[in-house]
Each structure stands twice: as C-alpha cells, then as structure tokens.
Ligand binder design. Sequence first.
Ligand code: C5P
Length: 408
Amino acid sequence: MRITLGVTGGVAAYKAAELVRRLQQDAFTVQVVMTRGAREFITPLTFAALSGQKVITDLFAESSGEANLESAIEHIAVAQRTDLLLVAPATADILAKFARGIADDFLTTLYLASTAPVVVAPAMNVNMWNHAATQENVEMLRARGVKIVDPDEGYLACGVTGAGRLAGQEAIVAAVHEALRAVRDLAGEKVLVTAGPTRENVDPVRYLTNRSSGKMGYAVAEAAARRGAHVILVSGPTSLEAPVGVERVDVRSAEEMHRAVVEKVAECSIAIFAAAVADYRPADTNAQKIKRNNEAMSISLEPTPDILASVARNKGERLIVGFAAETDHVAENARKKLAAKNADLMVANDVTAEGAGFDHDTNIVTLFARDGRDLALPRMSKSEVAQHILDEVVRLRSTSRTAHRSAV
Ligand code: C5P
C-alpha cells in the first residue's frame, strides 16, 4: 500500500520524520511531498533518507530554469499511485486551500487530482485552530469525507497551552488504517456495472442512441474497484478509458449488452445498472443503406430486453441497483420503478436539472432504498455520487446479511 505523506510548514514538521518510520513498520511505502513552508523547518534530505524515495517539492522543476513538463504532470502519476493521502502536520493555510480547491503547488494540486481517501492531522497555534475560518474549512473537509485527526491539547511551541498540538503518532496511524479499512469494504465482492448508451442499427450507417456519456457508470466502476471489488464493466460505446484494474467488456446494442450481462452476472454478488439502454430498436434492420426519396417514412420499433428487470427477476442473494433518469415526478417514478423492477436501490435524477444528468461531470440524485430509506444528495461530482451509492450498497448488504443470519 502506498501512502503519500504531505508535510506542511509548521514546527511539528519534524514529527513527520518519525511518522515515516512508523508507517513503514506497518508495511506502507511512503512518498513524501513537502510544501515550501515545510522546507523552512526541515530539509527534504531527511525524508529522502528515511523513505528511500525522492521527495517531491515543486510543481515545476526549476533545474533548467524552465517549466518541466515531466514534473508538471507528475502529480497525476503520483495521484494514481496513491492509496491514501495523509497530511501531517497540516497548517491552517493548507486546510483553507484544500477546502477551497486552490491548487498552487504540488500538494494542493495532488489533493485535487487524487480520488484516494484523505487523512489530515492539523497542528497550529490555538487561536488559529479555533478561528471561525479554520473551523469552517475543517467542517467543509469533514463533510467531503476527509478524515480529520483532531489536534491534542497541550503546551504549544508559541508558548501557550491549548488545542493545536499535532495528534500523537498512534492516533494518526489508527486514522490511516481506519480510512483504508472503510474504503476496502468491497474486498472479495464481484461487481457488475453497466454503463454508457447503446446503439440500435437502422441500417449499416444509421443508428438510434441517446445522450449518455457513460461518466456515471465509469465513476461507479472506478469507486468499486478502489474499494476492493473485482469489477466487470459492460460498456456501450463511450469515449472514456477503462478505470485501472477494471475488466471491461465492450458492447454496442441492447441485445449485445444483455448477452454480456447474462454471461457475467452469475459470478457477481452486486449488479449496478447505470447504462442508458435504448428501450426500443428498429424492428427490422436494413442490410443496405436506406435510400432517400421525397416521401415521408416511418420506422417500426420493438422493445429491447429490459436487462435489469430480467436479472432482478431471479436475483437470489444478489444486490441490484438501478438508475432512473426522469424528467418529472422523480420520487414517485423512482419508487415505482424500484418495486416494478425488483431492485434494491434506485438512483434517481431529474435529467432536466442544471448540473445533472447526461454528459455532466456533476449530478444531483436521490437514492431510494428497498428498506424505505431516501437519501437526497446535493449537487456533487459523479465520483462522489458513486461513493454514496456504494455506501448504500454496503449498508443494504450488511442489513440483509444480519437478517439472513438471524433467520437461520
Ligand atoms: O425503465 P427505465 O429505462 O427508465 O429503467 C432504467 C434502469 O433500467 C437503468 O438502471 C437501466 O440501466 C436499466 N435498463 C436496462 N435495460 C433496458 C432499459 C433499462 O437494464 N432495456
């Protein structure tokens, strides 16, 4: 497991050196990133010697006097290699930058570029810690899922006593383990995800499709893989790259998607149907291109197989998640669909809302669970929506397992 340790400019920076050692004892590989402020307190050489890795200090390498493309894109590579981002000590400044999404150095850019869990251990003067601005930033980060290791009370370097001292090493290490455990909660599960649109041929050059980009399904696949699942992504045509570690099966039409799902779903314990499958296809496909003439023409359509419903009919212990893209009466339609399709969770969104639905990077959804729970989420990125969906999946799984255990 790889941890990226961000060290920021506070007196407690020296304690981060011992933290590197402690994390290595737990078999973590540690990559240190230092801010400019941190380098005023302790040198990169100390961390390089302890971690055995080159310490990253700049967003742009200055050796040649020019911005270096390699180092400029390095944050993306580090972000992809990181299983967890830990910042200790974290100054008021870094909390403010993380909260507001300012990316003006390597660490702040890495924070935005990474989808790994984040643990932050603040350390600062008591008044800075208690300031409304800092507390607001901390709350904002907490709400976003960042794990905050609260500072201890005690004698501070500035000569006063109060809250602000970097939490003890064991508290920080425990928070790291907890954050990693929380996100490996799908280890051992096989998850099938459908994503993207389908294309239904009219003739060799024309087809019927819809505006789905596949982003929501790909975000779910990526999040599930990160949480430890083996993910099979059955994808209609999209321009997206398969997330790292995900097995992708490419399909084109609803019929092909149906076949791929039937073949793969038997081995899966969870199936998430995020694809925008065409509900109808041309009843006959012309072998030749339809020639233009000046008369009106019509295409006769027939329904495609409802993939979700056909799987959910004989779902057994399998947990089924469906999506309901609606333009009106969202809650009512979603609840109806949940029951009609025999699903366990419906992710409903109003595709006409600003910042929601097709081709956006954000979404506004409400989750309707089989056990009656509704969870209305504000506008957030599709990766965050994916995490909430998986949280509900895990919750439903554990309640059904408890019920199953008490029944036997
Ligand atoms: O009925 P409706 O198309 O709105 O249902 C949406 C849900 O059903 C989505 O989860 C979608 O992936 C799934 N679906 C399917 N096969 C179809 C149509 C929809 O799996 N033919």
